[in-house]
Design a protein around this ligand. Structure first.
Ligand SMILES: [Zn+2]
Length: 273
């Protein structure tokens, strides 16, 4: 059965999709994907992000596209102060649903260096300030830095909520984000039987605090992977498999769960009319 779904995190603008973006958009809509968000990561991609967004929205029978521009912590070496002005300009000129993806990522050794951590924090805080100025939710990328992200959000008294995307933290951390008004973003990783920590988090917080995402072209659900040697491209068409994995994990009826996460998504982005 076709249920209305909201892909809250995609990189559907990247060149991986240049050959068949239109076709995939139609297929995604066929599968029930009514909305998708195009998320920013680098200043050099802002123009393409906006173009892909406008392209999708002029199609008939395609998901409605939303823009969430931002500067991703993983690419911290490439960000410049001017890029923040460009971000502010986009927020002024275009209808944006959120700012993303922003946060902290100290997975790589070179990102653990003090000056890199500081630069990530500076860019994160400035983008939180922009989100406050424009009254927008934020889409968080957090790797090996949940405590730091939580403490910055508290210091900043951030009140517009958002999503902790592709959540990799523990139960207590998930609860702390929920307390600050965030939803927990679930990718195709939930379909992986080895993802025990994620399954425990989902079972502890329940359906009221989760949203679905593909994070395409990454995070392909296990069932859709065609090869173990080469990376299989993920697409918004795979979103129903994330719902299936979540339903199985929560032992919930698929239709009821879809209704719940749909509502969670609309509420996060203030789209309830
Ligand atoms: Zn992403």
């Amino acid at each position: 059965m076709r249920l209305p779904l909201f892909d809250t995190h995609t990189h559907f603008d990247v060149p991986d999709f240049d050959q068949d973006r239109e076709q995939l958009a139609y297929e995604a809509k066929e599968k029930g994907v009514e909305h998708l968000i195009l998320i920013g990561f680098l200043h050099s991609r802002f123009n393409d992000l906006i173009q892909a967004h406008q392209f999708i929205n002029q199609l008939d029978h395609a998901p409605k596209s939303h823009l969430a521009p931002g500067l991703h912590p993983f690419y911290i070496e490439e960000h410049r102060i001017e890029h923040l002005y460009a971000l502010e300009h986009i927020l002024q000129q275009h209808e944006c649903i959120a700012i993303g993806e922003i946060g902290l990522d100290t997975f790589l050794t070179q990102h653990k260096a003090l000056e890199m951590v500081q630069k990530q924090k500076d860019f994160f805080i400035t983008q939180i300030e922009l989100a406050k100025q424009f009254k927008k939710p934020i889409l968080l990328h957090i790797r090996k830095s949940h405590a730091d992200v939580l403490s910055i959000l508290k210091q900043q008294k951030f009140q517009y909520g958002g999503i902790a995307h592709a959540f990799s933290g523990g139960i207590e951390e998930a609860k702390a984000f929920i307390k600050l008004g965030f939803k927990i973003g679930i990718t195709g990783q939930i379909t992986n039987p080895n993802a025990k920590k994620l399954q425990q988090v989902v079972q502890a917080i329940g359906a009221d605090h989760v949203v679905l995402e593909t994070d395409c072209p990454d995070m392909t659900p296990l069932c859709c992977q065609t090869s173990t040697e080469h990376r299989t491209r993920n697409t918004p068409v795979n979103l129903p498999y994330v719902l299936d994995g979540l339903a199985e994990c929560l032992k919930m009826n698929r239709t009821q769960l879809a209704e719940r996460v749909w509502w969670n998504s609309l509420k996060t982005f203030d789209l309830i009319s």
